[in-house]
Design a protein around this ligand. Structure first.
Ligand SMILES: [Zn+2]
Length: 286
C-alpha cells in the first residue's frame, strides 16, 4: 500500500500536470463514505471552481492546496490511485471519484478496496491534521536527536512504534521492515533499549530506504501507480520485504516472516538478532 515514497511520487507527478488548473465539477462520486469531512452537501458545493495552487504531502496524505483557503486531502490507503486522464477516458467501476478540470482532462480516484479517504479542509482542519502526525523523517529539520527522543522511554517494540503515524510520519509495513534490516535491528526490540549507535543507524536507515523508494519511483506490489499510470520499480530492490525464505542480501540466511501486531514482518534472523525469548506469533506456512 502506498507509503511516504509512493505518495510523494503521486504528489510530484500530479503537480507536474494539474497546477493552476481549476476543478470545474465533481463528475462522479459513487462511494460517498470516502468523503470524511465536511458533509457531502458542503463538499459538493465547495469543491467546484476551486483552483489547484500547490500539491504536497504530509505523512501518507496527499495535500492539494486550493484557492479560498481550502485544502483537498486525499489518502490512498490500501489500493487507491490518483491519475490524470484525457477527456475521452472512461472511469471504470473502481473509480469512485472523478474531478473535471477546466481543460477537459479529469482526475480519477480509483480504489478497488474502497478504503481511500478524502477531506476538504479549512485552515483549522489542516492545522489539526498536521498536529495529529509525527515529524517527517525526510525533513531537513529532523535530526538524530529527534529520533532518539521519540524512542526514549517507550517500551513499544520498534515495528509497531515506527508504523504509528502520530510518532513518526509516512512509514508503513514495507519501509519499516527495510529500515530495520538496514539498521541491523530486530522488529521486536523495545524502542527504549536502543543505544546511541543503534539510534543513529536507524535514523540513517529510515532516510535511506525512503530516499531510495522515491528515487525508484515507489514500490508497486499490486495496484500502486503514479499519476501518469506508471508503476514504480522499488520492489526490485527490497532486501527483506516480501522475500520470505529468500537469501538475506548481506549474509545469505533465509529471510523470516513473522506477525507483529497483525502485520507481516520480514527480517534476517542473523543480521537482526532476537532481543529475547519473548513469545512471538509465528505465522502458519501459507
Ligand atoms: Zn542477514
Amino acid at each position: 500500500m502506498p507509503e511516504l515514497p509512493e505518495v510523494e511520487i503521486v504528489a510530484r507527478s500530479l503537480a507536474a500536470q494539474v497546477l493552476q488548473h481549476k476543478i470545474t465539477a465533481i463528475e462522479k462520486l459513487d462511494w460517498e463514505r470516502m468523503v470524511e469531512t465536511p458533509d457531502l452537501a458542503t463538499f459538493r458545493a465547495t469543491l467546484p471552481d476551486r483552483c489547484i495552487l500547490a500539491i504536497g504531502r504530509r505523512a501518507k496524505w496527499l495535500l492539494m492546496t486550493l484557492d479560498a483557503g481550502w485544502t483537498l486531502a486525499l489518502h490512498l490507503r490500501m489500493s487507491g490511485n490518483l491519475t490524470v486522464q484525457a477527456a475521452e477516458a472512461m472511469p471504470d467501476i473502481y473509480t469512485h471519484l472523478v474531478l473535471a478540470l477546466d481543460d477537459g482532462r479529469r482526475i480519477f480516484f480509483q480504489d478497488q478496496r474502497k478504503f481511500g479517504r478524502v477531506r476538504l479542509l479549512d485552515p483549522v482542519g489542516l492545522a489539526a491534521l498536521h498536529a495529529s502526525l509525527g515529524p517527517e523523517p525526510l525533513d531537513t529539520q529532523f535530526a538524530i536527536n529527534d529520533l532518539a527522543q521519540l524512542l526514549a522511554r517507550r517500551n513499544a517494540r520498534l515495528k509497531p512504534l515506527l508504523l504509528n503515524q502520530a510518532i513518526i510520519a509516512g512509514l508503513g509495513n514495507i519501509y519499516v521492515d527495510e529500515a530495520l534490516w538496514y539498521a541491523h535491528l530486530h522488529p521486536l526490540r523495545a524502542a527504549s533499549s536502543l543505544d546511541p549507535d543503534e539510534v543513529e543507524r536507524l535514523y540513517y536507515a529510515i532516510r535511506t530506504v525512503l530516499q531510495q523508494g522515491i528515487q525508484n519511483h515507489g514500490s508497486t506490489l499490486r495496484t500502486y501507480r503514479n499519476s501518469y499510470g506508471e508503476p514504480g520499480n522499488n520492489q526490485e530492490h527490497f532486501a527483506v520485504y516480501d522475500r520470505k525464505q529468500q537469501p538475506c542480501p548481506r549474509c545469505g540466511t533465509p529471510i523470516k516472516r513473522i506477525l507483529v501486531a497483525q502485520r507481516g514482518t520480514h527480517f534476517c534472523p542473523v543480521c537482526q538478532p532476537d532481543p529475547s525469548a519473548l513469545p512471538i506469533t509465528v505465522e502458519n506456512n501459507r
